[in-house]
Design a protein around this ligand. Structure first.
Ligand SMILES: C[S@@+](CC[C@H](N)C(=O)[O-])C[C@H]1O[C@@H](n2cnc3c(N)ncnc32)[C@H](O)[C@@H]1O
Length: 217
C-alpha cells in the first residue's frame, strides 16, 4: 500500500465520479500561478463536502481557511441562490486569488472572504451556520471548534480537516499540529452538545482524515 497506489485509485475514482469542471480547474490553475501551496482538498474530498452540505440542506456555510477558494467553490455550489458562504483567511494574497476564483465560478453573489486571523473575525460573525468547515492553522483548532459550536444550532455540522496527520494523531507528544488535532477530537468527545466521529483517509493527499460533529442539543 503506497502513495502511488492511493493516487492511482484517487485518479480512477475522480475520473469516474468527479467530472472535469472549468471553474474548479481554473481555481487550481490560478492558485498555482499565484504561487500558493497546493494544500487544498482533493477533488473527491471537495465533492464530499459539497454532498454533505446538500444533504444538510445548508443555507449558511462558514469556512475557516480559504486558501485559493477551491473548497469554498465546492461548498458554495451546494447553496441555494439566497444562501451564503463566509470564508475566513489570514493572508490577503490568498483572499484575493480566492475572490477572483469565486467570481469566475459565478458565486460572488453568495460567497465572501473575510481577511484577518480567524480567531479575531469569528467573534464578529452572526450565526447560526448550518455547516462549518475548519481547515486553517491546526494549533488553533480548539478555538475554531469552540466558535463553530457557538455559531451553530441543533442540526449544524462541523467538519475539521487533517486530524490524522499520517497517523501522528496517536502521538501524545506530537508537534503543535498534532496537539491541535488531538485537542479538537478530545473536545468533541467531551462535548455533550455534539455527536461526533472521525475517519482516516488515504488518497492523492496522502494519509490523513477528518472529524465530523453533528450538533444535537
Ligand atoms: C489548508 S489551507 C485551506 C485550504 C482550503 N480549505 C481548500 O481546501 O481549498 C489553510 C489556509 O488557512 C489560512 N490560515 C492560516 N492561519 C490562519 C488564521 N489564523 N486565520 C485564518 N486563516 C488562516 C492559510 O493562509 C491557508 O490559506
Amino acid at each position: 500500500m503506497t502513495q502511488a497506489l492511493w493516487t492511482e485509485v484517487d485518479q480512477y475514482l475522480t475520473g469516474q465520479l468527479v467530472p472535469p469542471d472549468p471553474a474548479l480547474d481554473e481555481a487550481l490553475a490560478a492558485s498555482d500561478a499565484a504561487g500558493l501551496p497546493a494544500i487544498n482538498v482533493s477533488p473527491n474530498q471537495g465533492k464530499l463536502l459539497h454532498l454533505l452540505a446538500r444533504l444538510r440542506g445548508a443555507k449558511r456555510i462558514l469556512e475557516v481557511g480559504t486558501l485559493a477558494g477551491y473548497s469554498a467553490i465546492w461548498l458554495a455550489r451546494a447553496l441555494p441562490p439566497d444562501g451564503e458562504l463566509i470564508s475566513l483567511e489570514i493572508d490577503p494574497r490568498h483572499a484575493e486569488v480566492a475572490r477572483a476564483s469565486l467570481a469566475n465560478a459565478g458565486l460572488a453573489d453568495r460567497a465572501s472572504v473575510r481577511v484577518g486571523p480567524a480567531l479575531a473575525t469569528l467573534p464578529t460573525l452572526t450565526g447560526p451556520f448550518d455547516l462549518v468547515f475548519i481547515d486553517a492553522d491546526k494549533p488553533n483548532n480548539p478555538g475554531y471548534f469552540e466558535w463553530a459550536l457557538r455559531l451553530s444550532t441543533v442540526g449544524s455540522v462541523i467538519i475539521v480537516d487533517n486530524v490524522v496527520r499520517g497517523g501522528k494523531v496517536v502521538d501524545g507528544a506530537g508537534d503543535a499540529n498534532v496537539q491541535g488535532a488531538r485537542a479538537v477530537i478530545e473536545m468533541m468527545a467531551a462535548e455533550p452538545r455534539v455527536s461526533a466521529t472521525a475517519i482516516q483517509t488515504v488518497g492523492s493527499k496522502s494519509y490523513d482524515g477528518f472529524a465530523m460533529a453533528l450538533v444535537i442539543s
